[in-house]
Design a protein around this ligand. Structure first.
Ligand SMILES: NC(=O)c1ccc[n+]([C@@H]2O[C@H](COP(=O)([O-])OP(=O)(O)OC[C@H]3O[C@@H](n4cnc5c(N)ncnc54)[C@H](O)[C@@H]3O)[C@@H](O)[C@H]2O)c1
Length: 348
């Protein structure tokens, strides 16, 4: 199968590209603008694989998207490219609308033009898989979980832009018959996540003997899933999911931010103890909370469990340990993205 993946040089995208090519033998055209969050270093091991082709292109450029769809003639599309960081969306929202909303519109139109040329089996198997977030549902209290029928109530510019994109994707199904599927996933962790996000930021701060920042009092709760388990869920949706449907994807693995950072520190104490013998957790520092910080996200993933037979394969704590170990084992990757990330973090 020929699959066009957008955002394949980012965190989830690079893991999805590797999974689709290596695990499932697909041929991937990876379309990514290489913003501050996209790095070919995340795909260094794929550079010589003829099943993976990278093209630097911007999803905001409608003509470029049409050209790529014509040239590559994909059987399916997995759309991940996005501006993805809530804090950046608060500081500078416009680019989130341009990329996440207008960029998605451009891809829908290019996919539609391609789909309308197809017939027979090629038409039956065409899919536009839109990868979205649980943040579109807003925030929960201590009880309850988001289901696929939870009302949309986004509260940050990031989640509002993703919600808008989700609505566009569903509208293209109803109005034009494009065979779309939407997934809404909880927080991912694993290799190659840009270190502005909680887990790699905490690990890299600890390794640099710097304060480990935790927003507010660290009481916010998130559900966590290893990125390769997410990649396998997306593959299950692509191959067995029902057209026009939405699937929530989650790990059934909720952690308070502070407890999670403490766990990461404990793992680091075992794998990379501090030279002065003190616990890494001593460096946890509470910083000013994010405005409008959602309290809790929790996912009911029964639909994907029962309909598609997908469940996360990794043990929760083992998965966090695997993630910590990946950052310890890849100083080359950290160095490759390091200079740019520290500059940008300072400006964000
Ligand atoms: N990270 C999570 O925990 C999480 C959870 C649920 C859903 N998602 C969704 O999954 C997708 C990927 O998230 P991520 O964490 O890997 O993000 P990321 O920021 O690590 O990667 C985004 C990628 O998109 C590319 N990109 C950005 N703007 C582009 C443009 N205009 N044209 C082409 N490429 C562009 C970047 O270069 C980068 O490679 C996003 O759509 C996000 O909303 C993420």
């Amino acid at each position: 199968m020929k699959i066009l993946v957008t955002g394949g040089a980012g965190f989830i995208g690079s893991n999805v590209v590797r999974h689709l090519v290596r695990r499932h033998g697909h041929v991937v055209l990876n379309v990514d603008a290489l913003t501050y969050a996209g790095h070919l270093a995340s795909l260094a091991d794929m550079a010589d694989d003829p099943r993976h082709r990278f093209v630097r292109a911007d999803i905001r450029d409608a003509a470029a998207m049409h050209r790529l769809f014509d040239e590559f003639a994909p059987d399916q599309v997995v759309h991940l490219a996005a501006e993805s960081h809530v804090d950046r969306s608060i500081a500078a929202p416009a680019i989130f609308i341009e990329t996440n909303v207008t960029g998605t519109l451009n891809l829908l139109q290019a996919a539609r033009a391609r789909y309308e040329k197809l017939s027979g089996e090629a038409r039956d198997r065409f899919r536009f898989l839109h990868v979205s977030t649980d943040e579109v549902y807003g925030t929960l209290g201590d009880e309850g979980l988001f289901t696929e029928s939870s009302p949309y109530a986004p509260r940050s510019p990031y989640s509002a832009s993703k919600a808008a994109a989700d609505h566009l994707v569903r509208a293209w199904h109803v109005t034009y018959g494009l065979p779309v599927i939407v997934t809404n996933c909880s927080n991912n962790h694993g290799p190659c996540q840009f270190p502005e996000k909680l887990i790699p930021r905490a690990i890299l701060a600890a390794l640099a003997d710097e304060p480990i920042p935790v927003y507010g009092d660290g009481s916010q709760i998130r559900d966590w899933l290893h990125v390769v388990d997410h990649a396998e869920a997306l593959h299950a949706v692509l191959t067995r999911g029902r057209v026009g449907e939405t699937y929530n994807i989650g790990g059934d693995n909720e952690w308070r931010n502070l407890d999670l950072v403490r766990l990461l520190c404990d793992i680091l104490d075992q794998l990379r103890p501090r030279s002065d013998g003190r616990p890494h957790a001593d460096r946890i520092t509470f910083v000013t909370d994010r405005p409008g910080h959602d309290y809790r996200y929790g996912i009911d993933a029964d639909k994907i469990h029962h309909e598609l037979g997908w469940t996360p394969r990794r043990d929760h704590v083992e998965a966090f340990r695997e993630t910590v170990r990946w950052y310890l084992d890849h100083p080359d990757w950290i160095a490759a993205i390091g200079a740019r990330s520290s500059q940008l973090l300072a400006n964000s």
